[in-house]
Ligand binder design. Structure first.
Ligand code: AHR
Length: 329
């Protein structure tokens, strides 16, 4: 009898927990699917939320801020328990995020920070240190050119920037412009947005190649634009990775493959895999823990064709060919 009661109690508890788990609803406003990084980020978060048995309300904004604002308001109307938010640009969110605050829905910022972060309430934030990523792109380039005996040669650099107004683009540009002048031979001769997509990376690179006589280095603020540019470079009769050194950012598997194939030279890591942080945060919020507003930047390495190039103080690149099998996205 006692054993039966114990079993029944365990069953009731388990059912209670399961019911509780499915009672959590998470609204996720994603900006779109512009890159391999973004696809990995979406898959990672959505599958982790569903694996918890929580209800996911997902909205893909197709790169349009009005769509995101509408989605956030829909989440409020639906009464979701948590909101995950990545803004396509950094401005223009204060009004709607204050509405989220008024509705008392805990807000978790993922990947990018809105510029109103100081005047709204958010539970926690996990994102890239974009300025540091830009610094690393420039430092790797300067050190690599030295390592191949081109440290004194005048080098023309072009830059493909990300979505205009996105902090990922603004920050990477800032970091690149901060470090490039430390290498007097590196001259930035053109910069333009390729919107973080392969198609636009290819189109902008085509126009760079038509208007600039000599391009030695391409800094692509994400791998997808760099991969698009490879097609433009080949179409112009040049050899990507040799005639034009290509440095990307994100470290997606397709970039590793391009590096191993000799068509790209390096990529700086920016992880899309935030689910361990987000799931842990929601569980801790459920338990009533209070967070400080520290932004966590889980930044890691730099992967390239040679290995051993300094890309940040005391940090050396890893040869992509040696670790390509470990890359899952
Ligand atoms: O915000 C992160 C950036 O956004 C990634 O570098 C890029 O690929 C994505 O579109």
């Amino acid at each position: 009898m006692k054993r039966l009661l114990t079993v029944m109690l365990a069953l009731v508890l388990a059912l209670g927990l399961a019911a509780n788990a499915s009672a959590i609803t998470v609204g996720f406003s994603q900006i779109g699917q512009e890159s391999d990084w973004r696809t990995a980020n979406t898959d990672d978060l959505c599958s982790a939320i569903e694996a918890q048995g929580w209800t996911l309300v997902y909205d893909d904004a197709n790169q349009q801020q009005p769509n995101q604002i509408r989605a956030l308001r829909n989440f409020i109307t639906q009464g979701v328990d948590y909101i995950l938010f990545t803004g396509v640009v950094s401005t223009g969110w204060e009004e709607v995020l204050k509405e989220v605050n008024e509705a008392e829905i805990p807000l978790i910022l993922v990947d990018r920070m809105p510029d109103c972060a100081d005047v709204i309430d958010y539970a926690c934030a996990f994102g890239g240190d974009f300025v540091e990523e830009g610094r690393r792109m420039a430092r790797w380039t300067g050190e690599y050119m030295k390592s191949i005996g081109r440290g004194e040669e005048e080098i023309n650099v072009v830059m493909l920037e990300g979505t205009t107004g996105a902090d990922a683009a603004v920050g990477r540009t800032e970091g690149i412009l901060e470090v490039l002048p430390e290498y007097e031979n590196l001259n930035l001769v053109a910069q333009q947005s390729g919107n973080f997509t392969r198609a636009e990376g290819q189109a902008v690179m085509e126009s760079f190649l038509k208007s600039i006589d000599k391009i030695d280095v391409l800094l692509a603020q994400n791998d997808d634009m760099g991969l698009g540019a490879i097609d433009a470079i080949k179409a112009a009769g040049l050899v990507p990775g040799e005639d034009i050194i290509i440095v990307g950012c994100d470290s997606v598997k397709a970039a590793f493959e391009a590096i191993v194939a000799g068509e790209m030279n390096a990529t700086i890591e920016c992880t899309p895999l935030y689910s361990p942080f987000v799931i842990d945060a929601i569980n801790r919020l459920e338990a009533g823990e209070v967070f400080d507003k520290t932004v966590i930047h889980p930044e890691e390495g730099c992967f390239d064709s040679v290995g051993g190039i300094e890309y940040a103080e005391g940090k050396l690149s890893v040869k992509a060919a040696d670790v390509i099998d470990e890359r899952v996205y």
